[in-house]
Design a protein around this ligand. Structure first.
Ligand code: URA
Length: 230
């Protein structure tokens, strides 16, 4: 948000006061005096007037977790281990999951406190492919490829899924790429053919690939170039 808008949204300043504060060089963003009303203020920026803090700065956080089987994508669960319990960081409760996975699905999971960034990663409109390795109970036929590419009607949501790409790897294994993340989407797509998904593993979300050095349950911060790619 622009600095002048950020300041005039506060109940204590009107627009004229904001202009004056900026001209008088009384506003500091992340430690620097700022006079430019267009200066971008992020939810992570520290903003001060004179020496009074208007918004406390905090670091943006981006973690890549190799989600193991048998844990839930939730902040709290009365019965089961949650993915957040795998994260040993002081600000863990500020993090949210960018793209949930089912209890027994494994693979790439991103946790962050940056809502704007995570929306770009998960929104269907940005069309970032989410890539899954899938193993099924029954044979996967070539007709799946065309059906998934056309899209499947989901009656509950009253929508047709966006075109998905299926690459057959073996008689009962495939790699599926989808750009959205509807509830149980992959299982429901294979369910259309009465084919049960036995193993599901997310390999990538857009340009972010699961780090092969991470064992199930391990995590690491994203690198600066990974964060910038989203
Ligand atoms: N689709 C599913 O059905 N389950 C997941 O965990 C992810 C995508």
């Amino acid at each position: 948000m622009r600095l002048d808008r950020f300041l005039s949204n506060l109940p204590r300043f009107n627009r004229q006061q904001v202009r004056l504060l900026l001209v008088q060089k009384r506003i500091r963003v992340d430690g620097l005096i700022i006079g430019d009303p267009h200066h971008e203020v992020r939810e992570f920026s520290q903003v001060e007037v004179d020496d009074e803090v208007l918004q406390a700065g905090r670091p943006p956080r981006y973690l890549m977790l190799h989600k193991p089987e048998g844990c839930v994508s939730a902040t709290r669960d009365p019965q089961h281990r949650t993915v957040l319990e795998l994260i040993d960081e002081p600000d863990v409760l500020e993090l949210h999951i960018a793209g949930r996975l089912d209890f027994n699905t494994t693979g790439l999971m991103i946790l962050t406190n940056d809502g704007q960034w995570s929306r770009r990663l998960t929104q269907p409109q940005t069309k970032l492919p989410k890539v899954y390795y899938v193993e099924t109970e029954q044979l996967i036929g070539p007709e799946y490829v065309e059906t998934f590419a056309r899209g499947l009607y989901f009656a509950f949501e009253d929508l047709t899924t966006q075109p998905a790409t299926l690459e057959l790897l073996g008689p009962r294994s495939a790699r599926l790429s989808i750009v959205e993340g509807r509830y149980h989407q992959v299982k429901r797509m294979f369910g259309h053919f009465d084919n049960k998904v036995l193993r599901l593993h997310r390999e990538a979300m857009g340009p972010l690939m699961l780090d092969e050095h991470l064992a199930p349950g391990q995590y690491r911060p994203l690198r600066a170039e990974e964060i910038e790619r989203i």
